[in-house]
Structures are given as structure tokens and as C-alpha cells.
Design a protein around this ligand. Structure first.
Ligand code: AMP
Length: 375
């Protein structure tokens, strides 16, 4: 543990408000943790980040840091003793770790939400049980099941690792005429999901916060464009028919409520030519496609997370301006001086030292002004 923090407040009963001045524990130290810690500091909270490296983006701005493995029970116990509530910025924190922590301090969102969202099959089955559409899919774990699934669904299809995939990693396209078992081997075999390829017209996401009292607050659907399967830009708002936007919002709210989530849920969706909305993925944490909310919404997704996990009222989600968020990947972050020269651009850099290709180094939010500047 490094950094200074006081003792956690005396044990806080579930459902009560965790007031400013308290310490929020965050599992994970990436840029999402960094932006959460900055939002928390604005409201007078301290953040204690639990991560793997002292120089992670979140650790750089936190009041205290624990550097240890996610299965290190001694380190987890020490961390839990110093915080008042625990949240997360990475959805692949081991579920057992969260269950163990929950015996000591409130964990929001809880381990059961993570158990669903860490597994693409569990996630899609959960959505389908609520009557929410997804691509047609099959869970597979053997070569025979891969052959049967692609026979049922037809090709083209996508095969994805059931767990631990992100930014398009652990995925292979199965084109007509290919051997689907080769595609399965290429992603490392094991538990996987085969999905029909959706001929979408656009990709959108909805971010919804849910408080301890069940209150919901969602942001307008936004349109996401990917390059090499990594998010490149988010356009706010998505250009959608009102009925499609309403269906997307409704689906995200239903998912958050059905999960009994306390925190922030990002739901990625495909929109088809007939205006239908199909869920692709969900993440029970702030999301890259919600970064625009820092500069262009009444309350940011990060502040919303702080409010939800501390039992505060959720903030207004009004959009203050239209916007385009652009990720700064790899060495594009070197453009920072040009960005600063643009009066409508807001620059966010994550403090990462090594600009590897495709690595998220920062982002820009470009505000699209509806009114001329006041002066
Ligand atoms: P994911 O990791 O599931 O978010 O997938 C990364 C990207 O691959 C998505 O944002 C889509 O652009 C594309 N993709 C994933 N699944 C499908 C699908 N079933 N149909 C069409 N495109 C997909």
C-alpha cells in the first residue's frame, strides 16, 4: 500500500449513504479508474485503487494504492479495512475475489452481476430470458459443438472466447467454406460462443446508472464506430429513429433493473436495417463510449458511478452539447498540442508512458456547439 489514507469509517449498514469524506475502493487501475477517482475527488471522496502496477493511470491520481494480485487475500483484507465501499473499473476481476470482499465491505456492483457479464453466453442468455434480442448464438466447448453450431446458424458467423475477450480480441470470423474448427482453434479453443453475423446499419450503446433504491438514469444512445475492432469514435447522439432510440433505452434499463445492478451499466447494441436493436455486450462499469459525458453531459458517467455506489441521488443525464469523442490510440496522442489549440476540443490523456499501437492513450471530446460562444 502506498499513499496516505485514514481508517475507513465504522461499518456502514447496507443501503445507507456513504458521505463525502469516505474512501471508495476501486478494483483495477486503468483509465476508467483514473476518471472515476477524479470525479470522486470533485465530490470530496478519496479513492484507494487496487491494481497490478504502481504506475497505472488510476494509481497516478488516487489517494492510496494497493499493488497486489487479485487473489492475494492478505492484500485484499488490508485494502478492505481501509475503504468504505468497493467498486470496480474492470469487469474481469475474479468473481471469488468480489464474493470474498463482500463479506467485509459493500461491493457495488456485486459479484453476481460480474458472474453474468464475464461470460458472453450467460450474458446473452440473460438478455434473451428478458425477451431482449441478440444475434442468434450457441455456446460451444468442443469441436463437435462448433460444427453443430455453425451447421445450425449457417455462415458467415463470428466465434468468440466466452470469457476474457475485449476490444475484439479472442474472435475469429467464420466465412462460408472455411473450417469452423480452425477458427475455434485460432482463438485458443475452450469455451466459446458462435454468433450469426449481424448485418447491422450501425453500432450504438446506452449507458445507464442504477442506484441502491432502484432509481435509473440513462444517457442518450450514442453511435460507435470501430477500427480494427477497437472503438475509434463515438458520435453523440446516435442518428436513430425515435422508436429505435426508445427501444435501446428501454433494453438498457431493463437489463440494469433485472441485474439489480448498483453502479453503471454500458450496453453495446447493433441496429439493423428495420430499426431493431440487438444486444451485443454489456459491461457493469463506465465505458469508453461514455467518455463524452465528462464534457457534454450534466453529470458524467464517472460521477454517476460514485453517486450510485455511495447511495447518493443520481445526477441529471441531460446532454449539454452534441459531441464526437475520438480515442487517441498509440502514438496519435502526440497530437495533444493541436488538440489544445482547438477551442471546441477537450483533451484527456491517461498518463500512459508507452504508446503501443492500438493502446488507448487518451481521448478528445469535440463539442458541437448549438449556440455561438457567449463571448
Ligand atoms: P465485441 O468484442 O463482441 O464487442 O465485438 C467487437 C466488434 O466486432 C463489434 O463492435 C462489432 O463491430 C463486431 N462484431 C462482434 N460480434 C458481431 C456479430 N455477431 N455480428 C456482426 N459484427 C459483430
Amino acid at each position: 500500500m502506498t499513499g496516505l489514507t485514514g481508517q475507513a469509517s465504522p461499518l456502514i449498514p447496507p443501503g445507507s449513504v456513504i458521505p463525502p469524506g469516505a474512501t471508495i475502493g476501486i478494483m483495477g487501475g486503468g483509465q476508467l479508474g483514473r476518471m472515476t477517482a477524479l470525479a470522486a475527488a470533485r465530490l470530496g471522496y478519496r479513492c484507494h485503487i487496487y491494481c497490478q502496477d504502481r504506475d497505472e493511470p488510476g494509481a497516478q491520481v488516487a489517494a492510496a494504492v494497493t499493488v497486489a494480485g487479485f487473489d492475494d487475500r492478505d492484500a485484499l483484507a488490508g485494502f478492505a479495512a481501509l475503504v468504505d465501499v468497493i467498486t470496480l473499473e474492470w469487469e474481469n476481476i475474479p468473481v471469488d475475489t468480489l464474493r470474498w470482499l463482500a463479506a467485509v465491505k459493500p461491493v457495488r456492483p456485486n459479484a453476481e452481476v460480474l458472474a453474468i457479464t464475464q461470460d458472453r453466453c450467460a450474458e446473452k442468455a440473460f438478455a434473451n430470458r428478458l425477451g431482449i434480442g441478440t444475434a442468434a448464438w450457441r455456446g460451444v466447448a468442443t469441436a463437435e459443438e462448433v460444427v453443430r453450431a455453425t451447421g445450425d446458424l449457417g455462415l458467415p458467423a463470428v466465434i468468440k472466447s466466452a470469457r476474457f475477450g475485449y476490444d475484439g480480441k479472442g474472435q475469429a470470423l467464420l466465412v462460408p467454406g472455411c473450417d469452423p474448427v480452425d477458427g475455434w482453434s485460432a482463438i485458443g479453443g475452450g469455451a466459446a460462443i458462435v454468433e450469426s453475423l449481424v448485418p447491422f446499419t450501425c453500432e450504438i450503446s446506452v449507458i445507464v446508472a442504477r442506484g441502491q433504491d432502484g432509481a435509473l438514469a440513462s444517457y442518450v444512445p450514442v453511435e460507435n464506430r470501430h477500427a480494427d475492432r477497437v472503438l475509434a469514435t463515438t458520435t453523440v447522439p446516435a442518428r436513430l429513429a425515435a422508436s429505435t432510440a426508445a427501444a435501446a433505452d428501454h433494453a438498457a434499463r431493463r437489463l440494469a433493473s433485472a441485474l439489480a445492478l448498483v453502479g453503471v451499466l454500458a450496453v453495446e447494441m447493433f441496429v439493423t436495417a428495420d430499426g431493431a436493436v440487438l444486444i451485443n455486450e454489456m459491461a457493469p462499469r463506465p465505458h469508453n463510449s461514455g467518455h463524452w459525458t465528462i464534457d457534454a453531459a450534466a453529470t458524467s458517467q464517472f460521477e454517476q458511478l460514485v453517486r450510485a455506489v455511495c447511495g447518493l441521488p443520481l445526477g441529471a443525464t441531460d446532454r449539454l452539447a452534441d459531441a464526437v469523442m475520438e480515442n487517441l490510440l498509440g502514438d496519435t496522442a502526440g497530437r495533444w498540442a493541436d488538440v489544445l489549440a482547438d477551442p471546441d476540443a477537450r483533451l484527456h490523456l491517461y498518463g500512459k508512458q508507452q504508446p503501443r499501437p492500438g493502446r488507448k492513450m487518451g481521448h478528445i471530446t469535440r463539442l458541437i456547439r448549438c449556440l455561438p460562444p457567449a463571448r
